[in-house]
Write a protein that binds this ligand. Sequence first.
Ligand code: NAP
Length: 264
Amino acid sequence: MSSTAVSERGTAPRPAAFITGAAGGIGRAVALEFARTHNLVVTDRDPAGLLSTQHQASLLGAQTVHRSADVTDENALRELLAEARTVFGPVTNVVACAGIAPGGTVETTSLDDWHRVLAVNLTGTFVTARVSISSLRETRGSFIAIASDAGTFGAQDLAAYVASKHGVVGLVKSLALDFGAEGIRSNAICPGFVETPMMRQIFDESPAGTEEYYRNAVPTGRFAKPGEIAKIARHLTESNYANGITYAVDGGSTAGYYRAPHTS
Ligand code: NAP
């Protein structure tokens, strides 16, 4: 089920940012980062979380058009952008954040789960880009996908996730080449672990000691906050020559082999 709602009506001089997965985690942080300067077009499958994001954004001065929908539903996303266009005009910045990360090796991942992860993470990013391109062509805007360090490196027990995020990184490179000449810049952000409900679920379902193991593998000694990823998204949208970048934001954990000071 989905519904569209506009928080406040009226035209506004702010540009508009379209963000998927905006009901929580990194997506909400990105929405609130852009809410300082943009109006928002936000979607997620969680309607209550979207309303909370809309409320927090309004405190930062942003008007919001929102719709609960599955990120793979092309028609729903097209309708959302069409609705938003009547209020804000075409969107200028797009950030694809919706994603899921169920664990499993090739042996323990069911075919259904494989299809679901590929659908949400990779097809969802494809659909988000596909419905946004015509607006971005008009605004000469920016497309960002939140990929992952699992988009450039492997990770144990996350076979479908790793495959989907490698796909996202490849898709963004194709976008950068296909649409760069029209002024649309496309980039991928590759975070390490970020303190969100997704990270909590991964560690809650992992053997004891997994969280500590991964924290010890981060040279800065801690996981990222969602707002730190959001700031990189803003930075990339404002960097007019950035196109086709795979931007690691992981405290240095993919810089090379690392031995934490307190491990032997
Ligand atoms: P999160 O806290 O779980 O937030 C993801 C949001 O996307 C949730 O609101 C979720 O709704 C929504 N969503 C999931 N499937 C959807 C679908 N089919 N249609 C529409 N919305 C959907 O996760 P996060 O940590 O913020 O992750 C955001 C992005 O960053 C993901 O692409 C993730 O792979 C990536 N990332 C995260 C980390 C990390 O450590 N957290 C690291 C690297 C990359 P529900 O709550 O209903 O599921």
